[in-house]
Design a binder for this molecule. Sequence first.
Ligand SMILES: Cc1cc2nc3c(=O)[nH]c(=O)nc-3n(C[C@H](O)[C@H](O)[C@H](O)COP(=O)(O)O)c2cc1C
Length: 269
Amino acid sequence: MNNIKEHIKNRRSVRSFDGRELAKTDIEKLTSFAKTIENPYKIPVDFKFMNAKEYGLSCPVTVGTELFIGGKIKYTENFSVAFGYSFEALVLYAQSLGIGTTWLGGTMNRAAFENAMEMDDDQVMPCASPLGYPAKKMSLREIMMRKSIKADERFPFENLFFDSSFDTPLSKERAGKWRDALEMVRLSPSAVNKQPWRVVVSENAVHFYLKRSKGFARTSKLDMQMIDIGIALCHFDLTAKEGNLNIIFEQNDPKIESDAEYIASYRLT
Ligand SMILES: Cc1cc2nc3c(=O)[nH]c(=O)nc-3n(C[C@H](O)[C@H](O)[C@H](O)COP(=O)(O)O)c2cc1C
């Protein structure tokens, strides 16, 4: 997938579709791309297309499409972050084909979706998405929803990214080689647009943290904000690599004083 920054900038959650069925060629492209997706945790995600009528799926916030895609993953350490990374890679690829998506973790009849995914006992389906071609006009419900969660806004760069410690906000101007990749992290989608990603930049590495929002604790097997971190890692990794930064992924807590939870780092090689 080329032009990753364009796809990240152009993506938004699409909840109003134009009613056309997805072209067979587009389904084939999505299917073959899905097979190539890897995440830094090396935990595979299996994707499945599902028709709403066939499986009794419902999602009160979307109109104009019957097609959904779900992902299932083994319930193991780091599965939520891994899932966020892989599912977002598919979302961005769909965007590159002009196909609309919306991350869905809550506003759907989850039991029907999980049933349709035909999971093994040790698997979970953290999220799904509708698939279709965006309608020219958003439904009133979609407009209202975007307004109420301020979906078009993001926190300023300096509130999310820091220089060496959480005491020193990092400005865009001083972000140097990390600037583009961090700006793409800032544009990430997140559950209820809470933007829980925080990043501390040091000499040769960037460290990702999760700052939990109130009321967003992990419930049973679902951890939406940990998925958000996986999405941010995906945006960072793909943008940095397209910008020819040689980075490697690692989990090695730099022990920076913080009230946020350390998740992972990328280091220049
Ligand atoms: C993990 C996750 C779960 C989400 N769950 C839902 C959902 O259940 N219903 C919904 O309408 N949007 C859901 N969203 C979409 C967010 O509300 C949306 O990404 C955010 O408001 C930013 O808007 P944008 O995607 O248009 O940039 C979810 C997003 C993420 C990342």
